[in-house]
Structures are given as structure tokens and as C-alpha cells.
Design a protein around this ligand. Sequence first.
Ligand SMILES: Nc1nc2c(c(=O)[nH]1)N[C@H]1C(S)=C(S)[C@@H](COP(=O)(O)OP(=O)(O)OC[C@H]3O[C@@H](n4cnc5c(=O)[nH]c(N)nc54)[C@H](O)[C@@H]3O)O[C@H]1N2
Ligand SMILES: Nc1nc2c(c(=O)[nH]1)N[C@H]1C(S)=C(S)[C@@H](COP(=O)(O)OP(=O)(O)OC[C@H]3O[C@@H](n4cnc5c(=O)[nH]c(N)nc54)[C@H](O)[C@@H]3O)O[C@H]1N2
Ligand SMILES: [Mo]
Length: 650
Amino acid sequence: MVTVEDGKAVKLRGNPDQPYTRGALCVKVNRYLEHTQADDRILHPMRRTGPKGSGQFERITWEEALDEISVRLRGIVEEHGGEAIWPYLGTGTLGYLQGCEGVAGRRFWNMLGASKHWLNICSAAGSSGLTRANGTAAGMDPENFAQAKLILLWGTNTLTSGHHLWKFIQDGRANGAHVVAIDPIRTRTADQADEYLAIRPGTDAALALGLLNVVLAENAQDEEFLAEHTEGWADFRQEILDHPVEKVAEITGIPAAAVHSLGMRLAHTRPTAIRATQGLQRHESGGATLRTIAAIPGVTGDWRHPGGGVAYSTSGHVHFDIDMRYDLLEKPVRTRVMTKLASQLDDVKCLWVYAANPAGSTPDANAIRRQLAREDLFTVVMEQFPTDTVDYADIVLPATMQTEHHDLHAGYGHLYLLWNEPAVQPPGECLSTTETFRRLAAHMGMTEPSLFDSDLELAEELLSSGHPSLEGVTLDRLRKEGWVRMNYPEPFTPFAEGFPTPSGRLRFPPAGKAYVPSHAVRTAGGSAYPLTLITPASHTFLNTTFGNNPELRRRAKDPVVLVNPADAAARGLAGGQRVRVHNEGGEFLADVEISDRVAAGVVASPKGRWPKLSPGGANPNSVVAERDGDMGKGPGFHDNLVEVSPCAGP
Ligand SMILES: Nc1nc2c(c(=O)[nH]1)N[C@H]1C(S)=C(S)[C@@H](COP(=O)(O)OP(=O)(O)OC[C@H]3O[C@@H](n4cnc5c(=O)[nH]c(N)nc54)[C@H](O)[C@@H]3O)O[C@H]1N2
Ligand SMILES: Nc1nc2c(c(=O)[nH]1)N[C@H]1C(S)=C(S)[C@@H](COP(=O)(O)OP(=O)(O)OC[C@H]3O[C@@H](n4cnc5c(=O)[nH]c(N)nc54)[C@H](O)[C@@H]3O)O[C@H]1N2
Ligand SMILES: [Mo]
């Protein structure tokens, strides 16, 4: 809720009546208004004047910008074909109008025959793994954690990356729930849990098998659920039997007694709720990991009970529908993969970046910079702030922020739809994504009517899928009430009666595919880079968004890398010492924090810093390789081997 005085937004607060947030804001969004009014906000279209990467620009008018873009796009389509254009859309906003599905842009791109874009940077592997098991990546209503008696926070840092869930975990605790954090880092969430298991990164599927081994030993499997609602049990049962607790202890680094005791709890506690989020799948075998974790409630029958099951993302419960107008394409076009920018840009002539900061957030940052510096590449960036990516743009277009545009939002951690009504006029000459594409289409002489649908028309269209979860959810209602819960029962047990797979059954992993070692697990042994680097969510930044906010930067201090005392001693590193964290891909600089929060062999440094505001001009994505994961080509942000070495200098 924004309070406006004399056309200026002066106060922002959460609405205490909203059932999921109960009015709480996180440390970042608390500063959102200040961010919209920041001195470095981009307010006008700009054209590059210096070399690529220099960030030197002159102000131009929208008319000039649209002229230049139109000429360049037409020229590229004529000479190289439409597929030489890559519309690179990120997660800067997850609104369904201005970002996320990219509907506004996509219709325009179809007119030009531009390549499709696969937004796989965040959750693709896990979604794919879960979908193979359950037929959807969606699962529990996180609000039902309040009904759980055992809660596993599995590869998720709730208090940093999704704190609204914490209230429901606390409610569960008040009802006697035991809370366990499973993470290679003893996070602030782990500090608050009843029990913490320090797991070797990338070995979680083995832990799942070990826990189920105890469940079987206790004869606590739900035979009726297994028979009625699952398939592939015989093979998977064998896989479980092949993973006794001692073997799992060896793989995961968790003491056998701890695996056994958690297995006993799992065997005898209904309902058990598992919160597994994206961090867990940022490994080469991330898809397999989530698929195997999805098997747990299939064996225990937890899906029968409110408060039982797995909660990864709720996005799959959102059944919007909109016509992206792929029929406007003259012929089928190729797809470019978001995380493979460095290697898939060679034959691209126009890179159009919106709501993304690839120079800060995408793997293999050094290779990306080499590509972005290419003189034959025409780069347009729609942005709010002068990011590292903006520095490489030929044309920069000023973008609106949440308080300035319409949008329709759906969470990925709750079941509410939310409406964004602009509170203030955009500053300067900023335009929303939808409006920018409408103007560009008109400027290029396009007449296809659907390119000019207004924001409200697009929102109506999204809501008109006819899916029962949206019955009675109208734009009018959303605009009046601000948010509406989709029509799902409370409590919601999505798979109590079966799964949205072709057979209606949960599919257990096929033989030999339940636990697949990750890249770091496979290769650390013989590597010159023996340490596994995890680059988790920063408490103060949202990916690279807010990375330029002065107060949040002050709180974040200089970048640190957590190093276990044994690893520090072996390298003669002292606390506070500036080091190079490096591998074949490059390096970034950070100050050593010697800490038993990570085990020997694991180091950690959060994501989200702007490279140009970091020492050495680099952030951890300089050492993150562009390497396909097992499913959905998911990126391995937490699955890279590095060495940590002293560095001279300040
Ligand atoms: N403050 C803040 N909040 C955010 C974001 C942010 O940047 N900052 N980003 C948002 C976005 S886009 C997303 S996708 C979500 C991501 O939210 P999370 O899923 O919470 O993301 P991460 O911090 O990457 O990873 C969570 C935890 O997984 C652990 N982990 C890494 N590898 C493994 C492993 O192999 N096994 C186990 N068991 N644990 C592992 C990490 O140590 C980390 O503590 O957060 C959202 N919320
Ligand atoms: N090392 C490491 N890297 C990671 C991760 C990790 O765990 N470790 N996590 C990954 C994850 S989960 C994600 S989701 C990605 C995120 O990567 P990106 O999708 O690139 O997101 P951001 O880095 O936040 O950059 C988004 C940009 O969009 C701009 N923006 C915000 N709203 C709008 C809008 O409405 N319009 C326009 N035009 N621009 C807007 C912001 O100013 C910001 O500069 O990062 C990934 N990168
Ligand atoms: Mo993400």
C-alpha cells in the first residue's frame, strides 16, 4: 500500500489484512520507494557514445530511439532473418503483464520472427524433476505448514529468501512440529531450526533414500497409497534398500545416527511437510534430486493429509491463459536458452534485454562480457538502473517500476493473485514494458490489433481461462480488493486423490536414476580446484536488484567468502584477508570469513552484487560455469569447484 501526497509516493507498507504476508515486508522491499526515487534512476532514452562496456551515453528522445531501433531491427531481419534477434527476458519483475510470461513483447517478436527465449535461470531443473514425478511442479499450499508435525527445510533459506512462510512454520511449531534444516551452510534459518544437518552439496537424493530406508525398516510405508496412487514402486523400493543409513552417511557426510534418527521421525510423524526450494536444484543433478525428494510423500502417504507433502513452487496452481499469438510467426523459430547466453550469442545480431541483468546474474560472466563487447551486436536494454549490462547497450530505454505500472501478480509461494494499480505517474520519460512494445509496433507500422491490447485488456484475457481456480476472480474484484485467493479448498490436499500425470499416479524415479552425483561430487577428487562454491541468496539484495541501493550496500559491507577453519589453515588464510576465489572461468575477490558454518571442502559467497560495484569488478558468476543440468538445462550456481588464494592489494 502506497501513500501519495502531491503526486509523490511518500509511504509504503504491507497490508496487515493480507493473509500470507500479514503486512510484513522484507529488508529490500522496505526500501522500494526510496529505490524508485534514487538519483541513479534511468529517466530518458539514451544512445551509446563510448566503447561498449564504458557506460557512456547521450540522452536522446523516444522518437530518436524508436527510429534507430526500427531501422536496425528491419535491417537485421532482412539480412540475417528474424531468429538473429534474441529477446532476453529475466526475472526483474515476475508480473504477468510487465515480465514473467513476456506476453507484450512476445506478440511483437512473433511479427519479426525472433528467436524464442527459455527462461530457465531460476527453477527449471527442479520443476522438471517434480513434474516427472507428480505431473506438476506445484504442490502443497505453504499455509498448511501450520498443520505439519515434522517440517524439513531442505535446501531453502526461509528467513532470507521467503520469510513469509516462517509465520506458518512457527504456527506449526506451536502445535508441536519439529523443524529440521538440511543445508551445507548453517544459515540463519538453520540457527532457528530444532535440528540442523550439514549435508555435502549435491547429495540430497541419497539422503532421501536413506531416510526412506529407515521408513521401510520400520514398515511405516503407506501400502494403500503406494498401491492406489504410485507407479514404479518395485524398482524404487530396491533402490531404497540399496541405500542403507551407513552408505548414505558416507555419501552425504551426515553422521549415520542423525540420518537414522530423522528417518525414524519421518517414519512415525504424519503429516510431514517438506519445503524444498530453488537452491537445492542449482546443481548438475538438481532435477533428479527434486524428483527423488518428491518420492518421499509417495511412500509415506503424506499427500493424504493437510500439512503433508512437498512445497517447491505454487506457480503450477496458477491457470492463467493468454494467446501469445505464435500464429503470427511465419515459420517455426529456434529457442535460445537464458543461461547459455555466453555460448548461444554467436550468430545473434540483436540482443534485447528486459528485466534482466545478465552481466551480473548469468553463468560464465567473463565470456558474456566478451560477447556483449562485439561491435556487430546491436544491444537494447530496457532498465531502471545503470547496471553492468546497461554499460554494453547501444540503446537504453527507461523502464517503469511497480508503483508506476499496472500488473497482475501471482506468488510462487502462496495461492493469492494480486493486482498492481499504479500509485504515481512514471518519472521522467519512463515507460512500462507493455507500453514500450505498443509504441514500437506502431512506430514500425505494424497494424495487427492484438499488439495494441491495453494492460487492462491483457489482464482480463489472462483471467479468462475458464479454469475453476479462477471462477469469480475478475479484474474488477482484483482492482477493488487488491488480492484474491484462487478457488482452492482450505486446507488444500492437491494429490490426495491422485496426480496430474497421464496415469494419475506418482512416478517413482527409474532404476539407477534416484541418486545421481552432481558435478562437484563427481570431479572434486582430481581437481586443481578442490572447494565447492555455493552462491546463495543475499539477505540484502534480490538477485542483482537493489545491488546499487546505498543503504543496502552499506549493510551488506564488503563481499565475504565463508571458509571452514581447516581449509583456511591449509591455505594460511587469516580472517578478513582479501582473497581471489578462482577457477578456469575467472575470479572474484572477497574477504575471508573463517567459519564453521560451512564444512571443510565447501565455501560460500552470496549472489546479487553488481560487478562494477565489487572489488576487482567481478561477482561470483565469474566462476560459475555454463553447464547444463540434468533436466530443463537448469544452471549449477551452487555446483562449481574453486580454489581460494591470497591476493595482494587493498
Ligand atoms: N533476500 C533474498 N531473497 C530472495 C532472493 C534473493 O536474491 N535475496 N532471490 C529470490 C529468488 S529469484 C529465488 S529463486 C529464491 C531462491 O531461494 P532459495 O531456494 O532459498 O535460494 P538459495 O539461497 O540459492 O538456496 C537456499 C539454500 O540452499 C542451500 N543449498 C545449496 N546447495 C545445496 C545442496 O546441494 N543441498 C542442500 N540441502 N542445500 C543446498 C544453500 O546453502 C542455501 O542456504 O529466493 C528468492 N528470495
Ligand atoms: N551466482 C548466482 N547467480 C544467480 C543465482 C544464484 O543462486 N547464484 N540465482 C539465479 C536466479 S534464482 C535468478 S531468478 C536470476 C535472476 O537474474 P535476472 O533475471 O537477470 O534478475 P536480476 O539480476 O535481479 O536483474 C533484473 C533487472 O531487471 C530490472 N527490472 C526490474 N523490474 C523491471 C521492469 O519492470 N522492467 C524492466 N525493464 N526492468 C526491470 C532490475 O532493475 C534489474 O536490473 O539470477 C540467477 N543468478
Ligand atoms: Mo530465482
